[in-house]
Design a protein around this ligand. Sequence first.
Ligand SMILES: NC(=O)c1ccc[n+]([C@@H]2O[C@H](COP(=O)([O-])OP(=O)(O)OC[C@H]3O[C@@H](n4cnc5c(N)ncnc54)[C@H](O)[C@@H]3O)[C@@H](O)[C@H]2O)c1
Length: 438
Amino acid sequence: MNITVIGTGYVGLVTGACFSEFGVQVTCVDKQAEKIEGLERGEIPIYEPGLDEIVARNVRGGRLSFTTDSADAIDRALVVFIAVGTPSSSDGSTDLSFVEAVAREIGKRIDSYKVVVTKSTVPVGTSDKVRGWIQEELDRRGDKTRFSVASNPEFLREGAAIGDFMRPDRVVIGTETGDDHAIAIMKDLYRPLYLNETPFVETDIHTAELAKYAANAFLATKISFINEVSIFCEEVGGDVQAIARAMGLDRRIGKKFLHAGPGFGGSCFPKDTLSAAHFARELGHEFSIVEAAIRVNERQQMRMVDKIVNALDGEAEGKTVAVLGLSFKPETDDIREAPAILIVRALLERGASIRAYDPAAMAEAGRLIPEMMLCKDVYEALAGADVMVIVTEWNEFRMIDLARAKELMAEPKMVDLRNIYDAERLAAADFEYWSVGR
Ligand SMILES: NC(=O)c1ccc[n+]([C@@H]2O[C@H](COP(=O)([O-])OP(=O)(O)OC[C@H]3O[C@@H](n4cnc5c(N)ncnc54)[C@H](O)[C@@H]3O)[C@@H](O)[C@H]2O)c1
């Protein structure tokens, strides 16, 4: 089978590479020529463990190719995936302009049957719009070509994307009622996972679109829930980690996403919760739990800034803060909506200077905030700092040489926003220590 994936970002590139690994013939399209030229030279534009090997192997095997020429790629494919970005607009709604541009491109081009699959996260009803945009373009040129639309939301996690794609908890496929042809093609495409006994949820399109938002809204709510519990712990004395363990061992609750910290960030939860709240409001309904999760998250991020300023004896002006971790989570270079970015900006506004280090996200973060000093490792970042702040729990931050850190720093202070150290160890090393909800 020939497929085309339009949008070669975190989702599109992983999707294309993994399908080619299954033996499918894949063309990945992106409008950014430099990204495609880099990929053709074997350069992976994002940090995602394991992706480089899969891309290289399948390019060598002739199953994976890259182009900026969407017209030719659409012609060749039976299935066309839309995997472009769906960012937030200023009112919280989802900006569908990239999806629309691709749908119209498809409509202008197709002259044989295709299944057009939306993999981008889109508000309920978008696939109907995709059908409409394609149809308008076909009508414009008097073409009667038939096509199917489908929704196949993506649930992969950055940093673990390959494993998540190859061994997903489930695959959701939404098709139009009675469109057996499209579902048969999608099943054929995903056959290696069917053989693996991956659970498939076959449903109508609106349900598939909503399932993605419901899942992300729920996970974001779980994070905000434990963050709110962490406030009680700080006020009345208590250990949020022990509470999370006590809760999480109950299988009805589960352990995942119950880690108190600096709030959720990344390219999905912030925009998807805003979008869910927005389209609920458009339907005349308040998605109250999600609205609350968003508010708690904003408050949590600001609480982290206060926590750091408090560690600086209430005054950030003229102080130096060593920020460890800039990406929104470990094992990715993605800094979109990363708590570190918000925290760094807030501290700069309050007159602090920032020495930062991240194993993967420095280039992008440096472009975004040129005022911060980028350091080559943890210890360079700590030199002369009044406090060290762990914002992202990269493994290499778990075993910092505290004796060396104390010698390098102006003040031996650590603010651990991921609770990866314990108070006794820091006390033994003569550090003042703050964490979240403990
Ligand atoms: N990143 C994640 O972890 C994740 C997980 C699940 C779902 N999603 C969803 O998947 C979608 C894509 O997310 P992403 O993180 O991969 O985005 P991204 O910004 O990394 O990649 C999008 C790519 O699409 C390209 N593009 C935009 N318009 C184009 C066009 N007309 N033709 C060709 N290429 C075009 C851009 O140049 C960019 O390279 C979003 O809807 C997101 O919500 C993301």
